[in-house]
Design a binder for this molecule. Structure first.
Ligand code: FEO
Ligand code: CA
Ligand code: CA
Length: 683
């Protein structure tokens, strides 16, 4: 089997590169002409360090950068010169680990990082033991899925803050056939070697797992035979559609003439947990699963805007609903946020259409001061947008049932950034502005089904791939991970703007939003750049970090993030196949200071094995446990892994993490991190 493009190590990497090809046909004219207005010396200093640090750092590298010096923000070396100013202290007490790449994972000294559950491990009590040589769809529907991404933690009993017993809600994003199936290698364009069984194993590998976990004698374990244990997948899980698009003509299919029930959910990337203890699964790259031809297709423009058909998987060969020509509306039924009640394994999951249809990275939320819920979500593609949804009703903290359909009514907004450090949240409401019949929107259902096109008409700001967006309840701010955008400034593409300030941005950046008046439902916010990722010692990156950041403390390609119970920010990265160019180090978890003189200082805490990305950071309420998801070990960028320098296969992977057993392939796994002295993570 051949790789689609030989320079890529895996199909995951190749298809990720296709995301470089923007499908946004009419991006808002950029704010490029207005650049620099905001990036004067004073602003930069204020952003990075806080006003109080201005004096102390008048001759610092950062100050030189701000003043227009040629070499921006060199890394402060470990063991700084004797006459250097004292380094500002962060709130993170651990000893950081070093950049690097090898076959296994690493965590800061004094911590333990143990594998909790792996692809193929039992979820349901009657699941068979994992055997890659005899894997079947039936087995996979009962076992832990592939490519674990989002992790949510719900204490048990519900309503408590129990940090030693709870449910983990874990997303499974996609599959990597070349390291999953013996003798297959990477699919070619004709999907040679694909079978119905392999397809259905893949379908059962998407979705989510709910497992019960308990800490006993200092170690976490999965509770066997839990009454909460559940698999949600793309093969057999019935999912209801609700909200304005449910039942619409464009949602109806031969198998579902009512347009109200879908089989399955796909590409479940990040997500969220609501205050009433439901689990939100974001459907991200849903276009991957469709085959067919858009010529003359009734949804041609709509589908093209989402990259459908993505032709990454062979599913349509065996399940014709994934063929856009045989089932023209099926692709309208993916790209939503799915709400699951993990406390009731018989509850039907629901796709909440009011939250819009796009490549949702996640759906983290906060209860606003007025009691309404506000959910933030990025659309992860180059030049796509940042969204929020504000519920019409208020969260009822005393009656779980009363919140059951809260996500069906509310307002979806998209962000338009201005050069003066503010942004406007523009409502995507049918009948307002251009969202009318003249532009092909007959109803709110049409606006939601074609959320991207509606947002473009409103003039939303094209961003550098918005990934996780997380509100911090401790300081009221919102952190936006923008992972990268190599196409920024390319021929025919938007150039840099104040909120996306670098062309050919292979490193990404982190924005900090401050809602107006502390009101997450407000129609405006202010924003600042917290860090511009990449190596601050390399002038070519134009990175921006606090100079206190060490040579290991900087990262590239922020993807997921977590706010810990103390209100501190942690960031995980996904450089994909570009790791060797972006940082030369494997992905991992970094602490990122947001407050005080050390604001903008990173510190490396955890590192993944070669070829993996880091997902799902999630703390228990006591801050003493951090769950992380190691996704797709041995796949991305292994052609650049010194000494290996080739694409991985099942038989010949770059690493066999976490088992290191010659009979077993590498396996995506959830890792649980605790401090050996029993203290808080990062203390
Ligand atoms: Fe699935 Fe955008 O990461
Ligand atoms: Ca992600
Ligand atoms: Ca990612």
């Amino acid at each position: 089997m051949s790789t689609p493009k030989n320079r890529y190590s895996s199909r995951a990497e190749y298809f990720e590169s296709l995301e470089d090809v923007p499908v946004n046909p009419s991006p808002e004219p950029t704010l490029g002409d207005l650049i620099n207005a905001r990036f004067n010396r004073r602003t930069l200093l204020k952003h990075a360090l806080g006003v109080s640090a201005l004096g102390a750092l008048a001759s610092s590298p950062l100050a030189l950068l701000a003043a227009g010096a040629e070499h921006p923000v060199p890394t402060a070396p470990a063991g700084a010169a004797p006459d250097a100013a004292p380094q500002p202290a962060t709130r993170f007490g651990f000893t950081e680990i070093a950049h690097g790449v090898d076959e296994t994972h690493h965590v800061a000294p004094g911590y333990s990082a143990d594998v909790l559950i792996r692809w193929g491990d039992k979820v349901l009590a009657d699941a068979p033991a994992f055997d890659p040589a005899t894997q079947s769809p039936a087995a996979q529907t009962k076992q832990f899925g592939y490519n674990n991404d989002f992790i949510g933690y719900i204490p048990l009993p519900f309503g408590s803050d129990n940090s030693e017993h709870g449910l983990l809600c874990i997303n499974h994003e996609y599959t990597d056939e070349e390291v999953m199936f013996p003798g297959l290698g990477q699919y070619d364009e004709a999907f040679t070697g694909a079978t119905r069984d392999l397809t259905e194993i893949e379908m059962a590998c998407n979705g989510g797992s709910i497992i019960e976990v308990k800490k006993e004698n200092g170690k976490w374990r999965v509770v066997p035979d839990s009454r909460y244990a559940r698999r949600i997948d793309a093969l057999q899980t019935r999912i209801a559609l609700s909200g304005p698009a449910a039942g619409h003509e464009r949602m109806k299919t031969a198998a579902d003439p009512e347009g109200r029930t879908v089989i399955g959910t796909v590409n479940n990337c990040a997500g969220g947990i609501t205050p009433w203890g439901t689990y939100l699964m974001a459907e991200e790259n849903f276009h991957y699963y469709f085959l067919g031809d858009l010529d003359g297709h009734p949804e041609q423009a709509n589908y093209a805007r989402y990259g459908i058909p993505g032709k990454r998987y062979p599913w349509a060969k065996f399940h014709t609903r994934f063929d856009v020509n045989q089932e023209p509306n099926e692709a309208n039924r993916f790209g939503w946020i799915v709400e699951v009640d993990p406390l009731d394994p018989t509850a039907t999951p629901v796709k909440r259409t009011a939250l819009g249809r796009f490549k949702h990275e996640g759906a983290e939320c906060i209860v606003n001061g007025d009691g309404r819920l506000v959910l933030y979500s990025g659309d992860d593609q180059r030049f796509e947008y940042l969204y929020k949804f504000v519920t019409a009703g208020k969260v009822d903290p005393s009656n779980r049932e009363a919140n059951k359909d809260l996500l069906d009514q509310g307002t979806l907004y998209v962000a338009k950034f201005a050069d003066d450090g503010t942004l406007a949240w523009l409502p995507l409401v049918h009948g307002q502005g251009p969202l009318n019949a003249d532009n092909g929107f007959a109803s709110q259902a049409d606006v939601l089904i074609e959320t991207r096109r509606a947002a473009t008409l409103l003039g939303a700001t094209p961003m550098d791939r918005p990934e996780d967006v997380e509100p911090n309840p401790h300081n009221g701010k919102v952190y936006v991970m923008l992972t990268n955008n190599v196409q920024r400034g390319a021929d025919g593409q938007p150039g840099s703007d104040p909120a996306n300030p670098r062309d050919a941005n292979i490193w990404g950046h982190v924005l900090e939003l401050t809602p107006a008046g502390g009101d997450h439902a407000a129609d405006s916010a202010s924003w600042e750049i917290l860090v511009k990722a990449g190596d601050p010692a390399d002038p070519g990156t134009a990175a921006l970090w606090n100079p206190a950041t060490s040579e290991n403390g900087w990262f590239a390609c922020p993807d997921n993030c977590a706010v810990d119970p103390s209100g501190r920010l942690w960031v995980s990265t996904d450089q994909g196949g570009a790791w060797s160019k972006a940082s030369g180090s494997a992905d991992g978890v970094w602490a990122l200071e947001t407050e005080g003189d050390a604001r903008g200082t990173g510190k490396m805490f955890f590192r993944v094995p070669v070829g993996a990305e880091m997902c799902g950071p999630r703390f228990t309420p006591d801050g003493k446990t951090l769950f992380v998801a190691v996704q797709h070990p041995a796949t991305d960028g292994t052609k650049d892994y010194p000494g290996f320098n080739r694409a991985s296969t099942f038989e010949d992977p770059a690493t066999r993490w976490p088992d290191f057993d010659d009979k077993l392939p590498p396996r995506p796994s959830v890792v649980v991190i605790t401090k050996d002295d029993g203290g808080e993570i990062g203390s």
